[in-house]
Every structure is written in C-alpha cells, then in structure tokens.
Design a protein around this ligand. Structure first.
Ligand code: AMP
Ligand code: MG
Length: 491
C-alpha cells in the first residue's frame, strides 16, 4: 500500500535533468528524530514513518511505492571557480508531494549513498552534519526565515570515514524544490539553451506562476528570483546568520536557505565574521553576503540572456536593469526589519544612520548581536532595565549616547513602552542556535550516543521568541573557553 502520494514533475522533465539512481541500503537503520508537525503538514502518516517500514524508507532501504528516485544534475561556481558538473553526489530525490496547503514539496534523502555525481565522495553523511542541518534549518523556520526543512534523521548503523571514523546518518530534507542557480548553469555551460528554457518554464510553472502572465516571462522570472534572494539574504543579516558556502549550487531558485554546511550564527557582532574552515579569503563573511548574493544572481542572469531577447545587447541591458534593483530591494527589507528590531513604528529619514551607528558601536564594543536587540526590547519597556543591556558592551560609554538618541527617536511616536516592548520581543529572538550549543549537542550524540541534548536544544529553538526561563542558559553567549572559532562542512 502506498503511504505517500507522490505527484512528480521534475522527474518527468527530459532525461538530461537527472540520473535515475537508487539509495544504497544501510546496515541497521535507527530513527533519531521525526518531525511530526512537518509530517502532518505533508499529509504523511507519522505512525507509519516511525514503523520499521517507514524507518527503512527514511534510511533508503525501502523505496516507497510511486517514488521516482533521482540524482539531479547541476553545475556551480564554488568560491568563484566554475565547476560544470556537480549534481547530487550524496542525495537522492524521492519525489514531490502536495502538502496540506496545496504547496508542492520535494522529499529528498541526504547521505543516501553514491550516485553518478559522487566523484571521489562516498555519498554518505556523518551524524554531526546531519544533526547540525536538522537543528539549524528548523531554527531558521522558527525564526520565520524561508528554509528547507528537516523531516527526519536516522542513524545508518554504519560508520563513515572522515578525519576519523564517525557514525553515519541520513537526513530527510523537504524543500519547495531543489533547483539551484547552478541547475541553470549546468545547461547554459553546455550551450543547451533548450535545456535552460525547459528549466525556466518548469520554474515559472512551479514557483512563479505570475511570471507566465507577464509580457516578458523570462525577465519576470529573473526579477522574481532577484527579489526573493534579496529578501532572503537581508533576513539572514537581520538574524545574524552566516551561510558559509554561498556557492551558486547552494542558492535555491525558490529563495529558501539551502545546504547547511559550515553555517553559523553570530555571537558578538562583527561584519567580518567567518566561521567556515574552508573560507580562507572571507568571501562568504557575514557582511559580504549581500554582494555575494548579487554576484550569484549575475551568474543566473547570464544563463537566461538568450531567453530575454534575440538581440544580445538588449538582453544584457534588460538583465542589468533587473539586477540593478537588487541593492534597493535588499536595503528595503533590511531597513524595515531593523526598524522593527529597534521598535520603530514610523519611518524617519535618519533611521538608517541610527541603525548604522548602533551596528558600528556593537562591532567596536563586541556586543552580542542577539542579546543586544533582546535586551533593547526590555529597555523599551522600562529604562531601569538598561543595566543588562549596557553589560553587553565592552565600552558602554558610546553606547549610552546612542541609547539617548534612540530614546529621543522613539519619544516622537505614540506607542507606550509596553506596546513597543511587546512588538520588539516578537521580532528579536532570545534563542538562536549558538555554535557552542550545537557543538555540545553533536559531541554528546557522536561520543556518547546521547540524543537528549539534541532534543532539548531543538525544543528550545522551536520557540525562539518565548522567554522560557527554565532554559535561560541557552540564551547565553559562549564563555571564552566555550567559543567555537571554526565550523566545518564535514562532507
Ligand atoms: P556541498 O558542499 O554540500 O554544497 O556539496 C558540493 C558538491 O559536493 C555537491 O555536488 C555534493 O553532492 C558533493 N558532495 C558533498 N559531499 C559528498 C559526499 N560525501 N559524497 C559525494 N558527493 C558529495
Ligand atoms: Mg550543496
């Protein structure tokens, strides 16, 4: 009996879009975690998913009836260097389902064994990166930032060889689609413009149906992707999120955060922050994410040129005009979000200056990004709460001056202190997945097979805007000896 009602579209595209590949069975699957809420959203029976048969599916040992397992083809610029053939080297798409809200979503196994795109890799995932992606992607969702989701994590009962031998795991990932900027590049690099057109038509039908009605549907598609990416990356900035590997193969056409590798959240604010061990030049530093997103979108635009106009100069100028809107769109989402974070209900011309001054003082004062805004929310209610806020700054003096400017700014608005406080607490989270907490969870799981810290952290991060006093310690920045200075892909 089929337990999943698949409704495939991607695997019905021409053969050159993917390679039919089956997951490689694993020794002894064990369920670590099932996301019951997400399962219900997808219309999947969570009881069945927890059964031996369901777990076998989540491990890749049992292909559900109706699935069309494929590894998708894509290319990508990795750290600026073009690689014409990447593709799913360790992931297999089982197919698409229509969720309870009528939204089409991919179900993909990650870490499910070798595919024709694996190159030198083993097609597997270690437990640590699987838990990291589970925690980070679900935390992003709770922070209301578009993201792929984690449906399940299973242990394989096998080890994977990395620097040491580590427990293997498979993550079941759910996404609006797994189409990347690199998917367009795959066809464009081959001079296969029919391939680009077929893909663009698929993406329009699936993600941007209104573009089909536009006068120039492919230009409209480009404009839509520019808009969702500008908005997404601005939202990362507002949350202190660093993706870490913004290669064009890791940028979703649907505008979701995808491919959680060495990603991390800022503790103290500094735009130059880089955690990824492989990002030596700081290409993907926190403060560089806007410009990099635009660079990636230029690569997308290049693939679409032949579809934009017959005349190449005209195509280039249309693309340039669309790309030129990126900065303003990015800035608009950022400023609007920052106004909310600062509890501003109205717009004033000097707001951007106020924002920039604060960020500058935070950098120099090494203030914790998340707690600065959370405590500012408390201070909005009552100035007697300023003490905890001031304690975040290495040199509170300049910050005290800024605070006075902020108070004079909010005094020009009608809201009461408690109205402002409540609004701010709704947008300034108390809990983010702090690196040292994520590392501690992974260590407990990998070394001691103890998943209780994972469960607890996940539960806390599920309600990031609630105070949850019993879990107050999860809000704390790392002590000096707890600081995590580097994060790894772990692939
Ligand atoms: P990522 O760093 O996850 O964005 O992956 C970049 C490319 O390397 C993609 O084509 C992946 O499929 C591939 N890849 C990453 N890890 C592995 C692995 N363990 N085995 C095979 N391919 C991999
Ligand atoms: Mg990737």
């Amino acid at each position: 009996m089929s337990k999943i009602e698949f409704d495939h579209t991607y695997s019905r595209l021409p053969d050159k879009f993917f390679i039919r590949t089956l997951p490689t069975p694993v020794a002894s699957p064990r369920l670590i975690k099932l996301n019951h809420d997400l399962a219900r959203q997808l219309g999947l029976e969570d009881q069945w998913l927890c059964s031996a048969e369901g777990i076998d599916m989540l491990a890749g040992n049992n292909i559900p009836q109706g699935a069309h397992p494929i590894a998708t083809a894509y290319a990508g610029h990795q750290f600026g260097h073009f690689v014409p053939r990447l593709g799913d080297g360790r992931a297999i798409l089982l197919g698409e389902v229509i969720d309870r809200n009528g939204v089409r979503r991919d179900i993909q196994l990650k870490g499910s064994g070798r595919t024709p795109f694996s190159r030198g890799g083993d097609g597997r995932a270690a437990l640590g990166p699987v838990l990291r992606e589970y925690i980070l992607s679900e935390a992003m969702n709770a922070l209301r930032i578009p993201t792929t989701r984690a449906l399940a994590a299973v242990l394989t009962g096998e080890t994977v060889a990395r620097e040491t031998s580590l427990p293997g795991a498979v993550l079941t990932r759910v996404a609006s689609s797994h189409i990347r900027i690199g998917t367009f590049q795959f066809f464009a690099a081959r001079g296969d413009f029919e391939g680009v057109r077929t893909l663009a038509d698929h993406v329009i039908a699936r993600h941007y149906p209104s573009a089909a009605e536009a006068e120039m549907p492919y230009l409209s598609l480009l404009a839509e992707v520019i808009g969702v990416q500008a908005s997404l990356v601005a939202q990362w900035m507002l949350a202190g999120f660093i993706h870490g590997v913004m290669n064009t193969d890791n940028m979703s056409i649907a505008g979701e955060t995808i491919d959680y590798g060495p990603c991390a959240f800022l503790d103290n604010y500094d735009p130059a922050t880089v955690f990824s061990s492989i990002d030596h030049a700081g290409r993907y530093a926190y403060g560089n994410q806007g410009p990099v997103a635009l660079w990636n979108l230029v690569r997308l635009a290049e693939t679409l040129l032949p579809l934009l106009a017959d005349d190449q100069d005209r195509a280039v100028s249309l693309a340039q005009n669309a790309l030129a809107t990126f900065d303003a769109q990015f800035e608009a989402v950022f400023i609007t979000g920052m106004r909310s974070k600062l509890g501003l209900f109205t717009e004033e011309e000097n707001d951007l200056t106020l924002i920039k001054e604060l960020l500058d003082i935070m950098t120099r004062g090494q203030a914790d990004f998340t707690l600065t805004f959370r405590y500012l929310s408390h201070s909005a209610g009552n100035a007697t709460e300023d003490e905890e806020l001031l304690s975040l700054f290495a040199e509170p003096g300049v910050f005290v001056e800024w605070l006075a400017r902020w108070r004079s700014r909010i005094s020009r608005e009608a809201q009461t202190g408690s109205e402002r406080r409540n609004a701010m607490l709704h947008v300034n989270p108390r809990f983010i997945p702090r690196n040292h907490r994520v590392e501690a969870v992974i260590t407990a799981a990998v070394r001691n097979n103890d998943f209780r810290p994972f469960e607890e952290l996940l539960a806390v991060l599920g309600q990031p805007f609630e105070d949850q006093p019993e879990f107050a310690h999860y809000a704390d920045p790392p002590k000096i000896n707890e600081r995590v200075l580097q994060t790894f892909c772990g692939t």
